[in-house]
Design a protein around this ligand. Structure first.
Ligand code: GYE
Length: 308
């Protein structure tokens, strides 16, 4: 006689992990790809995802996180809009006994036991790469090279570090100087508006180079440059960060000169980290995504391979 056992009585083991993710906003193409990657990876990993989008508002991130605490999620992941002001809320999470993963952007806290790991790009290195490109590209240009800069969201890790890395590289070069700089919140419309203002200033302020902290702002700026009767990529050398398909198209068309890659597809790495934490394993405090830089030469070919 065959005896069949009831299907897994131990439902505890089969209970899916619940992850609360506070996404900072939907300001850019990068962000859309990041959100999509996280949703998709959660589905594939069998992790129940509660994702709340804060529309670039830190207070809304706090509200989302408190709701995660109330519903007793297993792990909380946060992409912080700005890097300051996180102590209190991280302490609340710690007191609730919930592990925290910082994703994409960092939070500036003295007590590093307030989070398990920070997964994301090295933004300082991205700034360094952008500056190296500019220095190399302009090496035959005699005289001073004026650089306009479009910053991202004020107080955000990528904007702070992309600015620092870039300045570090040009700092000891006599003939490179940033003549005008302003934040444009990482949005295309912001980039366009701020570039318009730059272009109303005397020429030496905005020519010869534009360094944009992301692709969306660079694309917006290129629109403003065209409207002013100039040719982006020729009259003004443009370098930006992210490496979205849209930026590659612009590069292939000659309107952007170089793009430093910043990978938004962090979903699989995040889910892996969540599972490691739930299995009680230790994770490195910092996990950095490997990235490169692309120029017009390869843009046409590489465009097809872009996943975001
Ligand atoms: O570069 C920008 C987005 O935090 C790395 O945020 C991210 C940045 C990205 O809005 O496009």
């Amino acid at each position: 006689v065959e005896t069949s056992l009831p299907p897994t009585a131990n439902s505890e083991a089969a209970k899916p992990i619940v992850l609360g993710f506070s996404q900072l906003g939907s300001e850019s193409t990068w962000r859309e790809a990041n959100t999509a990657s996280i949703r998709e990876a959660a589905g594939e990993a069998g992790i129940t995802l509660i994702l709340k989008n804060a529309g670039q508002d830190q207070q809304k991130q706090f509200d989302a996180i408190r709701s995660f605490i109330r519903s007793k999620v297993d792990v909380i992941a946060i992409a912080p809009v700005v890097q300051s002001g996180w102590e209190t809320i991280l302490l609340e999470i710690k007191q609730a006994g919930i592990p925290v993963i910082l994703l994409d952007r960092s939070a500036n806290v003295e007590d590093s036991s307030l989070y398990v790991t920070f997964i994301g790009s090295d933004f300082y290195e991205e700034g360094v790469k952008a500056a190296k490109y500019v220095i190399d590209k302009m090496r035959h240009h005699s005289g001073v090279i004026n650089i306009a800069e479009l910053q991202g969201t004020v107080g955000s890790t990528p904007s702070i570090d992309r600015g620092r890395g870039f300045r570090k590289m040009i700092g000891d070069k006599q003939n490179f100087r940033i003549t005008v700089t302003a934040p444009a919140d990482f949005t295309q419309s912001g980039g366009r508006e701020v570039m318009k203002r730059f272009l109303q200033q005397p020429r030496e302020k905005w020519s010869h180079v534009l360094y944009s902290h992301n692709d969306d702002m660079a694309i917006g700026a290129a629109e403003a440059i065209i409207e002013a009767g100039l040719i982006p990529g020729t009259d003004i050398i443009i370098v930006s960060v992210d490496g979205t398909r849209r930026a590659f198209e612009q590069m292939a068309a000659g309107r952007i000169n170089a793009v430093v890659e910043c990978n938004p597809l962090l979903g699989p790495l995040l889910m892996q980290a969540v599972k490691e934490i739930m299995a009680g394993r230790t994770l490195p405090k910092r996990m950095v995504t490997p990235e490169g830089i692309y120029t017009q030469e390869l843009a046409g070919m590489e465009m097809e391979n872009r996943k975001y």
